[in-house]
Design a protein around this ligand. Structure first.
Ligand SMILES: [Zn+2]
Length: 369
């Protein structure tokens, strides 16, 4: 099985010709659609590589598998890797050279259409780590994100998932309000269990600060101060606070995905992922939370799922997606009633458990059948 991981690196803007890169993206877009257009003012080497990638159209480079930014067609490029011991792998005509001896990445002619134009960037530790793990950075891409130039590196690793040892790591993806619940299960027993997420107190504070400032700008505008320095400053403060909440959930998403995959590796567990985010969204709506709050509480959950899957593939952790009920009794399959404090109660058999724990009981039950 081939696993992939990608890294985005921002390129120095003053060393890149953004218009030129935009043209390259347009050419890549045409190539993706099956056209072959040879233009005189773009180096032949780049155009050769571009059309050489046609055979990969539905796979890694042109495909939509690895990342969503493929929608804006990035320019696929071959790489040459020079390892610490001097061995070389990859294409000799590559325009992206990863030199692990001197720890630099050299980009030839892809940032500016000038002969022998080279941009050098420091080698990210990410590459060194992926190579140490047995990966190989076979492909690179350049493109614009907004108006900013970026280099994307794609590491590839061939790995077979291990045989699960009997442990199962069940991950329940809720909203950030109640966190992501995980439980380690073996032989019908719940060994450890936790819910994790960012501190909701901080998110709450930031959210209310943002709303306060948004109200203030509205008020100032109505008084005729729209567009003044004061209004702009307050608006910026509001935006910064919403941005901060987003960054907090994003960091938590990456942190938890990595933590859970490491845990699965440690126990050689089968990773069982239960995506309850839609159910959680409905639950938050029923609680009467404003839509923008729900949006923040659900932010980066897709990113978490994606990262969890990517890391599981990369480290050979076997995983599967499974829906586990949280409102049906795992003992008698009667509908559960919800009591205060999100405690679920069965009127038929007396089963009682916190809502986020019910799926874990289902996981234990399904394991033994
Ligand atoms: Zn019951």
């Amino acid at each position: 099985m081939k696993a992939h991981r990608t890294l985005l690196i921002r390129l120095p803007r003053d060393k890149c010709d953004v218009d030129y890169m935009r043209r390259l993206m347009a050419l890549a877009n045409l190539a993706y659609r099956g056209f072959e257009v040879w233009v005189p003012d773009v180096p032949r080497t780049i155009q050769h590589q571009l059309y050489g990638f046609r055979d990969f159209k539905d796979s890694l480079v042109f495909g939509t598998t690895p990342k969503r930014w493929f929608t804006k067609t990035w320019v696929p490029l071959k790489t040459l890797r020079i390892y610490a011991d001097g061995t070389r792998r990859g294409a000799t005509d590559a325009l992206v050279i990863l030199d692990l001896r001197s720890n630099v990445i050299k980009l030839r002619q892809v940032c500016k259409s000038e002969p022998k134009y080279i941009v050098e960037i420091p080698m990210p530790g990410w590459v060194v780590e992926r190579v140490r793990e047995g990966g190989d950075v076979r492909y690179a891409m350049i493109g614009l994100r907004g108006e900013e130039p970026y280099l994307a590196l794609v590491a590839e690793r061939t790995i077979e998932p291990y045989q699960p040892s009997g442990y199962r790591l069940v991950v329940d993806v809720n909203s950030w309000k109640y966190g992501i619940a995980w439980g380690l299960v073996k032989n019908g027993k719940l060994i450890t269990w936790r819910t994790e997420g960012p501190g909701t107190f901080l998110i709450n504070t930031l959210y209310h600060q943002a709303v306060d400032r948004e109200r203030k700008t509205g008020k100032l505008r109505r008084l005729g101060y729209g567009g003044t320095a004061v209004v702009n400053r307050v608006r910026k403060q509001a935006k910064a606070r919403r941005g901060k909440i987003y960054r907090i959930t994003r960091d938590k998403a990456y942190f938890l995905a990595s933590k859970l995959v490491r845990k699965a590796l440690k126990y050689k567990a089968l990773l069982v992922i239960d995506d309850m985010s839609e159910e959680s969204r409905r639950e938050l709506l029923e609680e009467g939370l404003p839509r923008d709050v729900i949006k923040l509480l659900m932010s980066n959950l897709k990113r978490f799922m994606h990262q969890l899957e990517t890391l599981a593939q990369w480290y050979g952790v076997p995983y599967k997606f499974k829906r586990l009920p949280s409102t049906i009794c795992p003992v008698c399959e009667h509908k559960l009633n919800q009591e205060d404090g999100r405690v679920m109660f069965c009127t038929n058999c007396g089963f009682k458990a916190p809502r986020d724990m019910v799926p874990m009981y289902w996981a234990m039950k399904k394991e033994s059948t």
